[in-house]
Design a binder for this molecule. Structure first.
Ligand code: HEC
Length: 107
């Protein structure tokens, strides 16, 4: 009986460890590339959706700029300087190949 409980306990721990590992594989505040614009990105782009909604995308520089403008229009708390810093940050770290089509921004 006690042996069975021990096994069940290990199973639960393993499940938690696996879950933590899967969460760590996503782009979270902890594993974003450092650099200028990082803090503004965390501040401005984390409230309505996960950061991975942003970091899973690969856009051209123009499309990133349009996307940040779009999100500021929706209420992202960034002044123009901060928005420019976020745009530069995204362009530096998450740019699409130049030949990729420009995505249509969400309405
Ligand atoms: C006021 C709320 C809000 C804030 C703040 C916000 N977004 Fe969004 N964002 C949305 C909504 C709503 C969507 C569309 C639904 C979804 O994907 O969750 C979206 C979707 C996106 C997408 C996916 C677009 C697609 O085509 O699927 C990207 C990329 C994005 N946001 C980038 C950003 C960036 C960069 C910032 C910071 C400058 C930001 N968001 C801040 C509301 C916000």
């Amino acid at each position: 009986m006690s042996r069975l409980r021990l096994v069940a306990g290990w199973g639960a721990s393993a499940a938690i460890l696996l879950w933590a590992g899967a969460a760590a594989a996503q782009n979270t505040a902890d594993n974003l590339p450092p650099g200028p614009g990082h803090d503004e990105f965390l501040q401005g782009c984390n409230s309505c959706h996960d950061l991975s909604t942003v970091t899973s995308r690969r856009y051209t520089p123009d499309a990133w700029k349009a996307m940040v403008d779009n999100m500021v229009g929706r209420g992202a708390p960034l002044n123009p300087d901060q928005a420019a810093a976020v745009t530069d940050y995204l362009v530096r770290n998450f740019t699409a190949a130049p030949e990729a089509p420009i995505p249509i921004a969400p309405h």
